[in-house]
Design a protein around this ligand. Sequence first.
Ligand code: SIN
Length: 308
Amino acid sequence: MDLSTTIAGVRFPSCFMNAAGARCVTGDELDALGRSRSAAIVTKSMTLAPRDGNPEPRYYGFPAGSINSMGLPNLGYLAYARIIPELRKFGKPIIASVAGFSEEDFVIIAKVINESRPDLIEVNLSCPNIPGEPQIGYDPDVSARLLKRVRNVVSVPMGVKLPPYFDPAHQERMAQVLEGVGVQFLSLINSVGNGLVVNPDEERVAIKPKGGFGGLGGPLIKPVALANVRAFWKLFGGRLPIIGVGGVVNGTDAFEHFLCGASAVQVGTALVEEGLGVFERLENELAMLLARKGYASPLACRGNLKEL
Ligand code: SIN
């Protein structure tokens, strides 16, 4: 079964890769992704200065999913600018995830990272975990200004990682913004921000930062992820490639993302919980499912979701 896919003209050997943030902070973790069956190496979202991130515990996994408030721990963009060329040896696409605390940060980072020649740049407008910092993707005007400026300094394909939207009007407004700024792919969605997980035995929150509030991931967010993939697929008439992110734990979850319009999927919580072997398992499960259903590839079913 050919599980390869193409995003913004870049060919990926399969359709499963890590989500930014999952096992991709250090050089060793990025090397391990290079050696694994992940179809790409996606870096942790990088900031100007190296960051330790928020205080621990800052990740908690439970049967229905996960909550995290990592706080963008990363090596700083200059370290990733040095590491990215070394990752070339793995012969798979490299996606650099760019974050920041101001418009200027994004522009500086994107310009330098672009020169290290990742295959794609994913602009993260959706981290929910920095105390006092709103999620940029919820402000269409700020997003438009920022993306225009980043677009001007980036020559590799540029995509955007968006937060989940819960209202069609917000999706439509963001689609208008994206139309105008030359975005070439979307990663949908980041964690569902500002959730709260409670430990009733201990009568306390599950994670320390922000009084226990953090981004939800894993199976419990799959319907929200699918809804956003589907909504943006329709808004762009299938013209803009979408990487589905959210709740991919087995081959069927990935199939659902493809039906909604995704061209590839990223794996976060399941990668953190299961380790790098998750990619081979997902490939096998999806291949078996597609074969049983008579599809020759994931792209053959892309967007085919039937409505009643
Ligand atoms: C984090 O580092 O807090 C998560 C990053 C993100 O959700 O974008």
